[in-house]
Design a protein around this ligand. Structure first.
Ligand code: ADP
Ligand code: MG
Length: 343
């Protein structure tokens, strides 16, 4: 495992513990680490690799190595591995027994109070000053996307991650109404895999399915629809095979999860108090998270909600930037943080 040269000893840090990617923000330095939330475990339950190195191993491991994603569907599915990963990433940046930096950790909203407490413990064990703070994902995303969360105005944020989509309306530093659905980028990948299997009897690896989604997937008709080749394993002969599909086909394939995401936005709008809905009508809906990069999603949401849609300037980094801003402006933004677990 490559060691990160830590020049950030003792500096306060914020961690976006995402289902797909973990980012670390250091006070005064910005985002210094961004890695897939994946750990490769060897036979004796020792981590062999963490982050991109481990992600490259997904679908390529011999029997005695397992590539694990400790956060799935927006919950912590393997707590011990999650802890190992969190500690590893923190130690890449902060590696001193002598200083205890302040730490803010952003966790998916689906994480329970008990798990939250355990994440805080892991952070404190890795060197965080007590208490380690927790920030809710939609709040962090909204701040990172530049929304004026402290003002008495309705701000709608949609954060589409790997495992979940979180939709929230924020005003005066608090979440007024929110929805969290367990549909995100992973579901889109699965839908691609299912479709290619059914239609072409072709088995795709997880990483290929994700690449197909990014290249060919869309939520609205494209200006230029294209055909493309996909490589996989023929389920009948067991041999490698190449098929030709189109952007239209892949759009159809992912329609179900895409419409679940759209529905989550509509349901939240439906529950939004009228004054705030009027603000959103005027200011628009902000998209963040990697899923915001799905082609045609803004057009689709604009069509179905009638609201203006905007994408955060750096959608994949919005949560880390927002958590980081809460560090930088700790006195001002303290109100949006939690220091003890809730249920
Ligand atoms: P998390 O917060 O859960 O870690 P991220 O916000 O990092 O998730 O987003 C990761 C998800 O975004 C993955 O499912 C990934 O496939 C998806 N994603 C990243 N880039 C694109 C893209 N260009 N088009 C569609 N999906 C994308
Ligand atoms: Mg996220």
């Amino acid at each position: 495992m490559a060691r990160f040269n830590s020049n950030f000893l003792g500096r306060d840090m914020a961690v976006d513990l995402g289902t797909a990617n973990t980012l670390v923000y250091v006070r005064g330095a910005g985002i210094v680490l961004s890695e897939p939330s994946v750990v490769a475990m060897g036979s004796n339950d020792k981590p062999l690799a963490v982050g991109s190195e481990a992600k490259r191993m997904i679908g390529r491991t011999p029997a005695h190595i397992r590539a694990i994603r400790p956060l799935k569907d927006g919950v912590i599915s393997d707590f011990e591995v999650c802890e190992t990963m969190l500690r590893y990433f923190i130690q890449q940046v902060h590696n001193s027994r002598f200083s205890k930096p302040r730490m803010i950790i952003c966790v998916p909203s689906g994480v329970t109070g008990v798990e939250q407490r355990a994440v805080q413990d892991a952070a404190e064990f890795a060197g965080a000053r007590k208490p380690a703070y927790i920030i809710e994902e939609p709040m962090a995303a909204a701040i990172g996307a530049g929304l004026p969360v402290q003002e008495p105005t309705g701000n709608m944020i949609v954060d589409i991650g790997g495992g979940t989509t979180e939709v929230a309306v924020i005003s005066l530093g608090g979440v007024v109404t929110s929805q969290s659905v367990r549909v995100g980028g992973d579901e889109l990948d699965d839908a691609v895999t299912q479709f290619i299997k059914k239609e072409y009897s072709l088995a795709l690896g997880e990483r290929t399915a994700e690449a197909v989604k990014m290249e060919l997937g869309s939520a609205w008709r494209l200006e230029q629809e294209i055909m493309a080749e996909i490589r996989g394993r023929d389920l009948v002969t067991g041999l490698p095979k190449t098929i030709v599909t189109s952007t239209e086909e892949i759009r159809d394939a992912i329609e179900e999860p895409v419409s679940s995401i759209v529905d989550a936005v509509k349901v939240t709008l439906d529950k939004t108090p009228p004054e705030l809905a009027a603000d959103i009508m005027e200011r628009g809906i902000m998209l963040a998270g990697g899923g915001a990069l799905l082609k045609g999603l803004p057009e689709r949401l604009a069509h179905e909600t009638g609201m203006p849609i905007r994408i955060a300037p750096r959608p994949l980094e919005a949560v880390a930037l927002g958590s980081g801003q809460a560090l930088e402006e700790f006195e001002v933004l303290q109100g949006v943080l939690f220091s003890s677990a809730r249920d």
